[in-house]
Design a protein around this ligand. Structure first.
Ligand SMILES: C[S@@+](CC[C@H](N)C(=O)[O-])C[C@H]1O[C@@H](n2cnc3c(N)ncnc32)[C@H](O)[C@@H]1O
Length: 356
């Protein structure tokens, strides 16, 4: 065996193996969260309560032998509780909010779609690590687009209208009265549609460079029957449509090749006393502040999607998903804004207000 120097202590080896087994268990089981979500297993467990594998199989029309294996995996992971006496499985209420109930404020199951897309793009990302070239958002497996939409929508539904917009100076009053809003890098338009529904007197335009995402966003708005919103293919540096009371960058500024150019363009199209809202992944200003489970998640997303995308575009700044407030403030000032302040936060989001 190759010797390591200095030699590792047996207890440290045990801890390293234990940590890796836990992570392997999560990596192997992530796909089973997708399987459970797509087959309606979580939803049925939440609906029917304590049940045997036969009862769950019957309720979902899925083969019992597979359901039993799935349930035991879920029980071993602590997602499901197993009662040996009656052979019954229960999805605890808190776990149902995270995995089964789509409109709960903590619904996270679709994030595993994003994980699936990362595995599918592994070869491309290895190549970008070697070459230093970028890899654009549009080049990813399409599971990234719907996964991102569904995952981020949870936070937008829970916080955007009730907490984030009210935390910005005077914005809600303007939206109630009738304002023009640009949602830049809107993807499938989850945030745009939520805001448009809440503020019918205002007009919303979602912009994204990715034509397929814009087509999906327009379809979502049609399905929702909302007519004070429209979607256009445009980049963050050239979108038009008039002047705006509010320009939003919802979890996308750090993805851009040229976030400074995008902020400067936002400033040029803002009305006097208009506001820019940045929603960014939660992060501290130094690496050591981000060495925790949330930081781990975002550094992974950053390495697999955000940084390669930024490096694929003009300027290629490569901010990374955890740029932190201080770096973003520096960019806002460079773009000609007077300041940037933290409006509010969640465990996973920073909400920043850029001041004219
Ligand atoms: C992480 S996704 C966020 C999507 C959406 N805001 C949401 O919250 O669901 C980043 C988005 O930025 C878009 N994007 C990337 N570069 C862009 C650019 N230069 N101009 C406009 N949109 C861009 C991508 O197509 C993608 O939809």
């Amino acid at each position: 065996m190759t010797q390591v120097n200095p030699p590792a202590a047996p207890a440290d080896i045990e801890a390293a193996v234990g940590r890796t087994i836990a992570d392997l268990g999560a990596a192997f089981s992530g796909v089973l969260v997708n399987v459970g979500r797509r087959l309606g297993l979580y939803e049925a467990l939440a609906r029917i309560g304590a049940c045997t594998s036969e009862e769950l199989a019957q309720a979902t029309g899925v083969r019992e032998r597979y359901v039993r294996e799935w349930l035991n995996n879920q029980a071993a992971g602590g997602y499901v509780h197993y009662e040996p006496t009656g052979g019954r499985y229960t999805l605890p209420a808190a776990q149902a909010l995270v995995l089964a109930i789509e409109d709960s404020p903590v619904y996270m199951a679709p994030a595993f779609e994003v994980a699936a897309s990362f595995w599918l793009d592994e070869e491309h990302i290895i190549e970008t690590f070697r070459s230093g070239r970028g890899f654009g958002w549009h080049e990813h497996n399409e599971r990234l687009f719907c996964g991102t939409e569904m995952f981020f929508r949870t936070g937008y539904r829970a916080h955007l209208v009730t907490d984030w917009l009210p935390a910005l100076g005077g914005v809600v009053e303007r939206l109630r009265a009738g304002a023009q809003v640009a949602d830049v890098g809107c993807g499938h338009g989850a945030s745009t549609i939520i805001m448009a529904r809440a503020f019918p007197a205002s007009q919303f335009i979602g912009f994204d460079y990715h034509a397929d995402s814009i087509a999906t966003a327009a379809q979502r708005a049609r399905e929702a029957g909302i007519d004070n919103v429209r979607f256009e293919v445009a980049t963050a540096k050239d979108f038009g449509g008039g002047t705006f009371d509010l320009v939003c960058f919802m979890d996308c500024l750090h993805d851009l090749g040229d976030p400074l150019g995008a902020l400067a363009h936002a400033r040029a199209v803002l009305k006097p006393d208009g506001r820019v809202m940045l929603v960014e992944p939660y992060a501290g200003n130094a690496v050591e502040e981000n060495l925790n489970p949330v930081g781990r998640l975002f550094y992974a997303a950053s390495a697999m999607a955000c940084t390669p995308h930024s490096l694929s575009q003009e300027v290629g700044l490569g901010l990374g998903a955890q740029a932190g407030e201080a770096r973003l403030r520096g960019l806002a000032r460079q773009a000609g804004f007077s300041d940037l302040r933290r409006a509010t936060r969640t465990p996973v989001n920073l909400v920043l207000e850029v001041l004219p």
